[in-house]
Write a protein that binds this ligand. Sequence first.
Ligand code: PDD
Length: 283
Amino acid sequence: MQIYLNGRFTSRDDATISVNDRGFLFGDGIYEVIRIINGRLFRLDAHLRRMDRSLGGLEIPFTSQQRAGLPAIMGKLISDNKLQKGEGTIYLQITRGAALPRTHAYPHDNTPPTVLVMASPFVPDKETLEKGGQGITVTDIRWSRCDLKTVNLLPNIMAAQQEKKQNAKGVLMVRDGYITEGYKNNVFAVFDGTLWTYPDSPYILSGITRDVVFEIAEQEGIPVKLHPVDQKQILNADEVMLTGTITDIHPIVSIDGQRIGSGRPGPVTKTLQKGLRHRMDTE
Ligand code: PDD
């Protein structure tokens, strides 16, 4: 596999990163995951805007010239890795770079950031998309800047490990009694035809797929309520779903062993799935 690292295209096996890299030492970096469909990058501009926000939040210096170069780098990786047909993902990570000595405070602004871009094939989990998954709740133990897409993902990977151990397909994180989001996706619930989701806040990552869901809902006349849903209330939802770049729209048919709605993917979920697929295939 060919990847891009700090100005060079190289094979993944040959790429190396300094032991002084602050991404390695402090988790001092941000990332984005972008869907590739038949060689096209779905909602690239929205991902780059969110990247800007994360970089700005951490004050990582990244020049407009470097930013302007990203689409061409991604395009080359798509063709070098033969991803012009079918599904794939771009993984983009930018850290504050390698700096000595190891000090917590940010190093001088002239430290070049480490820029890594990789393109890989991706296989959507068709069975879960069609049949839905059994969800579990876990306590949201993350910090108060979940709106920045940083590589500090320990609470997320611990939640994913719970999911794996319990043989579940979907995690809903709970902060102060309310469902915030998943460890790699946002959560929506349907009550009487209205879609509810956690409002924009430092406690969630505002998903690009979440924004697409808002667009489809508007087009289809599905009302949306930006309001937290509590952990008990969600068990009475007619439908629950997770949304994200590598999740698409994944129905949740039970939570902690309790059936949601009919126990099958519901009509609002199916409408949104269709709308997302249509956009991914045609944009
Ligand atoms: N995760 N919430 C969290 C905590 C996420 O990590 C993600 C994305 C989302 C959904 O955002 P989007 O729709 O823009 O993908 C919500 C990526 C895909 C990941 O960590 O792999």
